[in-house]
Write a protein that binds this ligand. Structure first.
Ligand code: NAP
Ligand code: MG
Length: 485
């Protein structure tokens, strides 16, 4: 029953001043690619936003050479405090242009404006401010006196947090004194191209940041380019595995941030209404396109029915639709391909005997959408309990004892995140100690801070981003020669 309906509250797109087409950003300028072009579309309307370029192997080579020249001639010659000034300037411009960037991200990715405006953009600015502060303090990064930059960092990011993942990569790399070549995902190149404009606006020396757009092939060309000193990748485990094997034995330093299948554990003494909010933000934030999503809910058996009932009631109030509407909770799935993946895995859940519940919300005619879905009667052997769905789909399982909760939570090839809900602090600490996950939240979920390292175990990858650890990933001790290639 609807008591009150919301009036539409659309965010205007008039603040966006997009060009009809974008080239590649190499050596401080937008240049034509030597390959073809493609349209980036809005997943909520399937309408074209603008035209972007496919980088070829030659373009990748040009970009790596531009980054090398910038490293040799300018960036490596600047003091840490000078580099820091550029990063502070970029951070401030991001804040100034945050509404425009939020609108662009929502258009290109499909996620709600409420999230891009209130989560993505504030975190993007925070990441640049945080690492700007580190640029002149590298001797405190834990690598001894006078640590050295690595040289040219190649960086590849996915489509779920396009600008935020760019910030996680570019901010520490530049603070540490590296230059970069970054490839955004094929379906979400827009904010990286706007970021290129911000680099120009900040007067960043030419070639310190290079942005090459394109598909997986451009990423693969970047990975195998002999001129890179560091490869930082966020994306799927299969591509991460391929990258690790390409770079094995080359001496290139590698950081891999891959997939996850996080457990969110609810004990019977937890504050249930707060836990419900945590479950919702754990798996329905960003349509569930979150590597550290709490996609496996482990509920103590005696409160299972109550939790599931309250959760379904809460999910029925979530508003799915136009991501530019400020009241929207669930936006569009980023691409048709991703929607097909989610649909296939949900079908497997039904086929394997789990019980499906899906919110009865209306689905827009155009675009790619998936309504919030909860599976109960899930067995640990089901595909929906083991594989990353990367969509708004929760698999609920039960446990009786803390030992069983830990065993089930750790029963995964991944190990990126976990959540614990209990009023008992001693239990919180004891359980956290036994969970094999890089990030563990207690009585909250999906909270990010630039000072806090983030990363995984096992098939979730290796290396850490964020904090001092994230900085160390772009440095080597002073006794190791840096920058050559
Ligand atoms: P993906 O297919 O691995 O793509 C990630 C990036 O790699 C994209 O820019 C992609 O380009 C590029 N790429 C594709 N094939 C490549 C190749 N052979 N060599 C080099 N680069 C290549 O992943 P996705 O499906 O877009 O992203 C979702 C995955 O990312 C999920 O598994 C999620 O868990 C993970 N993720 C992890 C974290 C973390 O911090 N651990 C954060 C966010 C997401 P195209 O887009 O052009 O194909
Ligand atoms: Mg797009």
């Amino acid at each position: 029953m609807t008591f009150l309906d919301y009036a539409p509250a659309p965010e205007s797109t008039s603040i966006l001043n997009l060009k009809p087409s974008y080239g590649l950003f190499i050596g401080g300028k937008f240049v034509d690619s030597s390959g073809s072009t493609f349209d980036t579309i809005s997943p909520s309307t399937e309408k074209k936003i603008t035209t972007v370029s496919h980088a070829t192997e030659d373009d990748v080579d040009r970009a790596v050479k531009a980054a090398r020249a910038a490293y040799d001639k300018t960036w490596s010659k600047l003091s840490g405090s000078e580099r820091g000034k550029y990063l502070f300037r970029i951070a401030r411009i991001i804040q100034e242009r945050s509404r425009e960037l939020a609108v662009a991200e929502t258009l290109d990715n499909g996620k709600p404006i409420r999230e891009t405006r209130d989560v993505d953009l504030p975190l993007v600015a925070a990441w640049f401010f945080y690492y700007a502060g580190w640029a002149d303090k590298l001797e405190y990064a834990g690598l001894g006196p006078n640590p050295q930059a690595l040289g040219v960092a190649a960086q590849i990011v996915p489509w779920n947090f396009p600008l935020l993942m760019l910030a996680w990569k570019i901010a520490p790399a530049l603070a540490a004194g590296n230059t970069v070549v970054l490839k955004p995902a094929e379906t979400t190149p827009l904010t990286a191209l706007l970021f290129a404009e911000i680099c120009q606006q900040a007067g960043l020396p030419d070639g310190v940041v290079n942005i090459i757009t394109g598909a997986g092939a451009a990423g693969a060309a970047l990975v195998s380019h002999p001129g890179i000193n560091k490869l930082a990748f966020t994306g799927s485990t299969p591509v991460g595995r391929q990258i690790a094997s390409t770079l094995a034995g080359t001496g290139t330093k590698v950081t891999l941030e891959l997939g996850g299948k996080g457990a969110n554990i609810i004990f019977d003494d937890a504050a249930i209404d707060q836990a419900i909010e945590g479950i919702v933000s754990g798996i329905f934030f960003n349509q569930g396109h979150v590597c550290c999503a709490g996609s496996r809910l482990l509920v103590q058996e005696n409160i299972h029915d109550d939790v599931v009932h309250r959760l379904q009631k809460r999910l029925s109030t979530l508003r799915l639709g136009d991501p530019l509407d400020k009241n929207t909770d669930i936006g569009a799935v980023n691409s048709k391909v991703q929607l097909e993946r989610i649909t296939e895995l949900v079908g497997s859940g039904e086929g394997e005997g789990a019980t499906r519940w899906t919110s009865a919300c209306a689905i827009p005619e155009k675009g790619f959408w998936f309504a919030p879905t909860v599976f109960t009667d899930v067995h640990t052997s089901h595909r929906i309990a083991r594989e990353e769905i990367f969509g708004p789909v929760l698999s609920v399982m039960t446990f009786r004892t803390p030992e069983e909760a830990v065993a089930k939570a750790n029963n995964t090839p991944y190990g990126l995140s976990a959540g614990i809900w209990t009023e008992k602090a001693s239990r919180m600490l004891a359980i956290a100690d036994k969970l094999r996950a890089g990030v563990i939240w207690a009585n909250t979920f999906n909270k990010f801070d630039p000072a806090s390292p983030f990363g995984g175990y096992q098939e979730s990858g290796y290396g850490r981003e964020g904090g001092r650890h994230g900085l160390a990933a772009y440095l080597s001790p002073s006794d190791q020669k840096a920058g050559g290639k």
